[in-house]
Write a protein that binds this ligand. Structure first.
Ligand code: ISE
Length: 336
């Protein structure tokens, strides 16, 4: 029996997921679209033949329109969707972030712990990117010696007008707060933010790029350039420095073209293509896990809560300066 998925939120990410489930993923289909904006809902429904359209998740639950939920609303609307979906004991793939702050994330993990096992997977899709996975294996194998530091860059061509200063942390660095500790095998203990010279091409209300320095419990230092106005394309790169070598991920790849005294390689312009394979693998593995009863195959709600704690320290570092520590409670056995 194919899995019936309700996609909640049909914006940029939701429509990308609807196309993916319809065209790429096997064993599942979009049975419902939950979207309050009628125009968006109709456009999305055209991509998913047969899907029923609802304006609120409660209506879709009452109609028993799905076996599982993919949440792709903006982050501030995650909690009001997660709560009824958990009450209905539905498996959930929730786009990042889990919720807007650590207090509401804690409410969600407390609610979830009333169920028999984790039902929420958080959409930190970078864990499904082949190169990040290889880097994690390289770290764990110690084939290049111990990992000492990581130099990372996260670059967007531009961002929409409604992107705020705090979103540098809560919407963008949020990915590094999940994936880099996962790669390095250790949690974040402190965050610091430095401001280099401002990009005059940035939106007038943004002070960026920023340099984020994270310290991990095992002593690894990470420096991250977070830059959302690079103009030329979309780039996420990592250089890992080991005792006996370095490793790089996210380098431009594909055909090189020599012409007119130049060598060129195509660069990505958005996350949809840069991480297309990671998104595909994430959704396929989640579908497989739900169908065979494991429900989650990837970062869970506790991981989402830990990242929310990092984001809060990151926002404090962004606004107040200084080195801000991240204090996290022990992972409950439920989320082992
Ligand atoms: C966006 O929401 C994402 O999740 C992208 O991966 C990230 O690169 C971008 O900065 C965010 O705004």
């Amino acid at each position: 029996q194919d899995l019936r998925i309700a996609v909640v939120g049909a914006g940029r990410m939701g429509s990308d997921h609807i196309q993916r489930i319809t065209r790429v993923v096997s064993g599942a289909y979009v049975s419902a679209i939950v979207e309050p904006d009628a125009g968006r809902a109709q456009a999305a429904a055209a991509e998913a033949p047969g899907a029923a359209v609802f304006s609120r998740i409660e209506e879709a639950i009452a109609a028993e329109a799905m076996d599982a939920v993919l949440v792709s609303t903006p982050g501030q609307f995650h909690a009001p969707v997660l709560e009824p979906a958990l009450e209905a004991r539905l498996p959930i793939l929730c786009e990042k972030p889990l919720t807007q702050d650590s207090a509401s994330s804690l409410d969600i993990v407390e609610l979830e712990q009333r169920l028999d096992r984790p039902h929420i997977q958080v959409g930190f899709m970078r864990r499904f990117d082949d190169e990040y996975a290889q880097l994690r294996e390289l770290v764990a194998s110690r084939a290049s010696g111990e990992l000492m530091m990581v130099r990372a860059a996260h670059r967007n061509p531009d961002v929409p007008e409604q992107y705020t200063q705090n979103m540098l942390i809560t919407d963008s660095v949020v990915h590094e707060f999940d994936v880099l500790p996962w790669v390095a095998g250790s949690r974040v203990v402190s965050v610091e933010v430095k401001y280099p010279r401002r990009n005059s091409l940035a939106l007038s209300h943004l002070r960026e790029p920023i340099l984020v320095i994270m310290e991990l419990e095992n002593g690894v230092l990470i420096d991250l350039e977070m830059n959302v106005n690079v103009q030329f394309g979309y780039q996420v790169t990592t250089e890992a420095v080991f005792e006996r070598g370095i490793a790089r991920t996210g380098e431009p790849s594909g055909m090189q073209v020599w012409r007119d005294g130049r060598v060129s390689t195509t660069e990505h312009t958005g996350f949809e293509t840069r991480f297309a394979r990671a998104y595909d693998a994430q959704v396929q593995r989640w579908v497989d896990a739900v169908r065979d009863g494991r429900l989650v195959d990837g970062p869970n709600a506790w991981d989402g809560y830990l990242v929310a704690l990092c984001c809060e320290a990151g926002v404090r570092a962004l606004t107040d300066g200084g080195v801000q520590s991240v204090v996290a409670p022990e992972r409950p056995a439920f989320y082992a």
